[in-house]
Design a protein around this ligand. Structure first.
Ligand code: MG
Ligand code: MG
Ligand code: MG
Length: 307
């Protein structure tokens, strides 16, 4: 048996790269830990794995038969493995609001208000004086560029920027911003992808005062790619709301160059965006300038407004 490092459902690049980077660190410090994933990977993550020569982590949905799990890039039960109660949570490494995962045994906990889990994992490598291999440094760096939207997100901290600079040096990458843009170009190639796949590409459920709220986000270089898709998005979000017994479903169409998001919304509350953000959605759509971060700008006011 082994222990596993596992990120959230609908895995993103941070969840996957942090599972890989943490497993290597744990192996180097004498623990048998393997990376796992709770779902299929996005084109962006596949691009990163291909670029630095990694296989996809094992697809693994249940962990009862393991030596325990390290939870990375989340601490909300709804986002993690369904059978989390049947295994031991050995640790949590995360950069989100503190969720509702609890343990019955002492655990290792690294939670910091930084832009990316991989920034925290770099701190862990430094703490243990373990050298980061070139390929792992490259993957970690890309995850930070993804989560911080190449430093544009309000979640980005000085620690994230310093970390990217150090990792770029280790990975031997001179122009890391160009690599970041290449990554976001891969992310922006949405044409021909089924609507449901796009809505769920970076989708998280939240339990907000007993109400399930699903929030997806698509970050692209130019929102024009979605011009013909918005009505289909809204129809699919309405279906998703019914299927999951959700109170609301939101989709953030984030323009990383204009630094704002068009918010699509389907909700039991007609005035959801008015109450949370002071903006009225017309036909389920509203542009909100400056909104780039789900965790920092979208979730907290929404959670408060639903109290
Ligand atoms: Mg994530
Ligand atoms: Mg993250
Ligand atoms: Mg993100």
């Amino acid at each position: 048996m082994s222990a596993y490092a596992v990120g959230h459902k609908v895995p993103d690049s941070d969840s996957i790269c942090s599972a890989i980077a943490l497993s290597y660190l744990k192996n180097a410090t004498g623990e048998d830990v393997k990376p796992a994933r709770l779902g299929e990977l996005s084109p962006e993550t596949l691009f990163i794995l291909e670029k630095f020569g990694f296989e996809q982590p094992e697809l693994k949905m249940t962990f009862a038969d393991t030596d325990g799990i390290y939870v990375v890039d989340h601490s909300d039960r709804i986002q993690g493995p369904d059978d989390i109660d049947d295994t031991t949570v050995l640790g949590i490494i995360d950069h989100h609001k503190l969720g509702d995962i609890t343990t019955s045994t002492p655990l290792e906990c690294w939670i910091r208000p930084v832009g990316c889990t991989n920034t925290i994992i770099k701190m862990m490598y430094d703490f243990h004086s373990v050298e980061i291999p070139k390929d792992i440094a490259g993957a970690m760096m890309c995850a930070i560029l993804s989560d911080t939207v190449i430093f544009k997100s309000p979640t980005c901290t000085t620690a994230d920027i310093k970390c990217v600079e150090a990792l770029a040096e280790i990975a031997g990458i001179e122009d890391y911003k160009a690599l970041g843009m290449e990554m976001f170009k891969v992310k922006s190639a949405v044409e021909g992808t089924p609507i449901r796949d796009l809505v769920l590409r970076d989708f998280k459920d939240f339990n907000m005062h007993g109400k399930t709220v699903g929030i997806g986000q698509l970050e692209v270089i130019d929102l024009a790619v979605f011009n013909e898709m918005k009505e289909d998005f809204l129809a699919d979000m309405a279906a998703l709301k019914e299927e999951g017994g959700r109170h609301s479903v939101m989709l953030l169409l984030t323009d990383i160059m204009k630094e704002g998001s068009e918010v699509l919304v389907v909700s039991d509350n007609d005035d959801l965006t008015d109450k949370a953000y002071g903006k009225t959605a017309v036909n389920g759509k509203v542009w909100i300038d400056g909104i780039m971060s789900r965790k920092k700008q979208v979730v907290p006011p929404l959670q408060d407004s639903l109290a």
